[in-house]
Each structure stands twice: as C-alpha cells, then as structure tokens.
Design a protein around this ligand. Structure first.
Ligand SMILES: *Cc1c(COP(=O)(O)O)cnc(C)c1O
Length: 443
C-alpha cells in the first residue's frame, strides 16, 4: 500500500501542520549513475579549487586574519564526543564531528565559500580583460590586484546582491575590500547588527519591505538597469555553487588526517542547514563526487520555510513556494528563511540527496544551547539545524527505513556523523546571550 503518492501525501500533512519530520528522497539513484554526465562536472569544481589557490596571496593581503592558513579559507573539523553524549547518551554508536563553518573568516558563515568565490571570479574576469593579469599569471601576480590600478578599475563596477544577511555580509565585505562599489539589498527583517557591520565596511545597504525573495528581485532589477553592475543571483548562481563544492576535497583531506575512514563498512552522514539550497547542494554535490554512495547527505530546513523539501517532493509544481503550502516563512533561523528554492539546487540534488528533515525554532534554540554547554561552541540558530540530524536518522521510523533499505544497520557502529555548523562568528555578544537564554529555558 505504500505508493510514492501516499508517502508524499503523508509528508504533505506534516509539512502543512509544521510538524518536524524526516522526508526520504524517492528519486535518489546510485551516485555513479546520477553523476554520469552531470552538469556542472568535476572539472568545474577543480577549476574553482585552482581559482582559490591563485587568489590566496591576495586574500592574505586584504585579510591578514587568513595569513595563518596561507589565504585559504577553510574551517576546522572538530570531534564533539560531549555533544554526542548530551544528545544521544553513552551508548550512542559512531563518531560525531562538527564542520566548523560558523567560524569561517571574513564572512563568519558558510557564505564565505560561495560568495567570495563568485566575487573573485568576477574580479578575475575584469582583470584579465584589462590586462592586469594574463592567463599565465601565477598567484604572486594576483597580489597586484590590491594595487591602486586594479582598485581604480574595480571602483567603476558595482557588485550587488539580495540577502537575508549572511550572503550580503560575504559579498559586501569582499567586494568592498577589492574596491568595488558594493550594494546589498536586504529584507526588512534582516538583523540590524548585520546592516551596521556592512556599513562599517563601506557597503551600501538598501532595505526593502517584504521577504528575502522581494529583496533579491529588487536587487536583480536595479542591477539589470546598470551595464556596470554585477548581480550575484542566489537563486541560480553556478559560481556560488562551485565555491561551495570545493569544501568536499578539503574535507576528504581533513578526514584522512583525523584517521576517519569512509567506505562500505564506514558510512558518512552529513547534515546541512538549507535555505535557498545553494550552499548545502554545492557541498553535497562535491561530497558525492568524492565519496559516492558512501556519503549520505541530509538537508535541514525550518518547519516554517521548507522550500527545498516543498519543491523536491513536488517536481510537478515548479516554482512552488512555502506560502503555497500555507506556511509563513517566519523563523528565528534567518539564514534559512527562504520561500522558494534554487532551481539549480533542486535539479542537481534530485538524484543525489538522501533526504530532508524539518525543525521548529524551539529545537534550534535547545540544540544551540546544548552545543554551547557540551563543547563551548558558539553558533547562530540557522547553524543549529544540523544538530538534530543524527536523531532524525537514528530515532525516527523514516530514518530506520533508510538504514534498512540501504543495508547500513550493521555498519552504524563505525559510522561518522558530520554536523555542518554554517554560521555564528560575528553574532554580537548580547544577541548570542539572548539565544542561549531561550535555549536554556527549553533544555
Ligand atoms: C545561507 C545559510 C545557509 C544555507 O545556505 P543556502 O544557500 O541559502 O541554502 C545555512 N546556514 C547559514 C547560517 C546561512 O547563512
């Protein structure tokens, strides 16, 4: 009796009722089959990797805080045994890690990966066109892009973006640092401290009534009217996607260094907070290229804003929004408050994603608090969405079904659970104290 129709109608009930649940993706196929001829391909990810390398000396010049890593923007892989004990008890099997994108420099969130990559790609294109570098340039020449000649060129161009906050922080800060005129279109509910931080960096903040989608639309229109404006389009950008995807090969190296095996008897489960879908899709796509069927990627969305789940579970309704389901898109997880999914993310992830789970704000705050208590790690509410991942997999009927169908039950003692904490570094102290207090009251 369990046809795909029935499953999706049960899922629909949970979605509409704002009940947290785990949805399993019925369209997932073996990785090798799904990746054959996939666009973008592995070559595009390698090209993005090489671009980061070329720009590393310039990043050290512009952002001295990246000197220790040689201008490579990467986060730590942190074992979190105390969090595991706090959430799953002493008997819990497998190893838990945090992938600490909450502490990424420059942007303080996962957006450092995609956003900075896209602005660097645009700067590189202009610099090539104007002969400031050439195709044979090595990284040492890229340092010259901090010189007045390059800055004068960049100053003639505007880089614009529409954002709830974190993407704007990433694009705005890197664009202004390179000398571009930087414009960030923000929705009215974007946090005041994020607007202030941008203005301090010389970014023009333009506020719009309405939600994130409205800010993106306004930014896109303004940029279209200006031939010297470059608009970073979070709903369809390939460059953002590739910037995120680079995370995968870096993680492979970190896992090796930590002596963590990934293979048939050692599955890797990765839990990724999801807004429009670009960041988690880029990362997951890269991970599937690296680890194939041995990595299992799950996205996490707020019950009020499950836009990627809404779209992936209803491929017959292109462009569906969370409002179409009667949801209000109101959540304290402002990085995830998105009403309509990225088409690119949905297209790429449909044959690769394991599933999506939803959470309410209380769960986010409780887990934010527990992470602080157990490990002393400080994240923002959006990032806390990842923390519920293991419980959603191990303690729900859908999760058990997944393990059974994929013959993973015997391998769980040597499984690795990776919680991708996507933001938090620049949250002001008083704001964070408020998050903690709310989580403490719920714990
Ligand atoms: C943007 C963001 C995400 C999700 O990225 P999308 O590309 O919007 O899916 C997750 N966490 C935080 C903190 C973010 O800022």
């Amino acid at each position: 009796m369990s046809t795909v129709e029935e499953i999706s109608s049960a899922a629909m009930d949970s979605l509409r009722a704002r009940r947290p649940f785990l949805w399993l993706n019925p369209a997932r196929r073996p990785a090798q089959e799904a990746l054959r001829g996939a666009q973008p391909g592995a070559d595009a990810i390698e090209a993005a990797c090489a671009r980061w390398q070329r720009f590393a000396p310039l990043l050290v010049k512009l952002f001295p805080e990246t000197a220790a890593s040689g201008g490579i923007i990467e986060s730590d892989l942190i074992p979190v045994p105390s969090l595991r004990r706090a959430l799953a008890g002493n008997a819990a099997a497998g190893a838990w890690f945090i992938k600490a994108d909450h502490a990424l420099p420059i942007a303080g969130s996962v957006k450092a990966r995609g956003g900075i990559h896209e602005v660097l790609e645009f700067a590189e294109k202009l610099a090539l066109e104007h002969g400031l570098i050439d195709r044979t340039s090595d990284a040492s020449d890229y340092g010259a892009l901090a010189d007045p000649t390059a800055r004068q060129l960049f100053a003639r161009y505007t880089v614009a973006v529409g954002s709830t906050g974190n993407l704007g922080m990433s694009i705005g800060v890197i664009a202004a640092a390179l000398g571009f005129r930087a414009q960030v279109h923000m929705s009215a509910e974007a946090k005041e401290w994020k607007k202030q931080r941008l203005r301090r960096h010389g970014v023009e903040v333009i506020e719009h009534a309405g939600d994130y989608g409205a800010a993106v639309e306004a930014g896109r229109r303004a940029a279209q009217a200006d031939a010297r404006a470059y608009f970073v389009d979070d709903e369809r950008s390939l460059s953002l996607f590739l910037g995120y995807a680079v995370a995968a090969s870096r993680l492979r190296d970190q896992l090796r260094q930590a002596a963590v095996a990934v293979g048939p008897q050692a599955p890797l489960f990765v839990y990724l907070p999801c807004g429009v879908g670009g960041a988690p899709s880029g990362i997951a796509f890269g991970l599937k290229q690296v680890f194939g069927d041995h990595v299992h990627c799950f996205f996490a969305e707020p019950t009020a804003s499950p836009c990627v789940l809404a779209q992936m579970s209803q491929p017959g309704r292109p462009g569906i929004t969370v409002y179409d389901l009667g949801l209000d898109n109101r959540t304290a997880a402002d990085g995830l408050a998105v009403g309509r999914a990225s088409e690119l993310a949905v297209r790429v992830m449909t044959p690769l994603l394991s599933g999506i789970f939803t959470l309410d704000d209380d769960m986010l705050f409780r887990n934010l608090f527990l992470l602080h208590e157990s490990e002393g790690i400080r994240i923002e509410p959006s990032a806390a969405a990842a923390i519920a991942g293991p419980a959603m997999l191990l303690d729900t009927p859908a999760g058990q079904q997944y393990l059974k169908e994929n013959k993973l039950e015997q391998a769980m003692s040597s499984a690795t659970h990776l919680l991708w904490t996507t933001g938090g570094l620049f949250v002001p102290d008083d704001e964070y104290e408020g998050f903690l207090a709310r989580g403490r009251a719920l714990a």
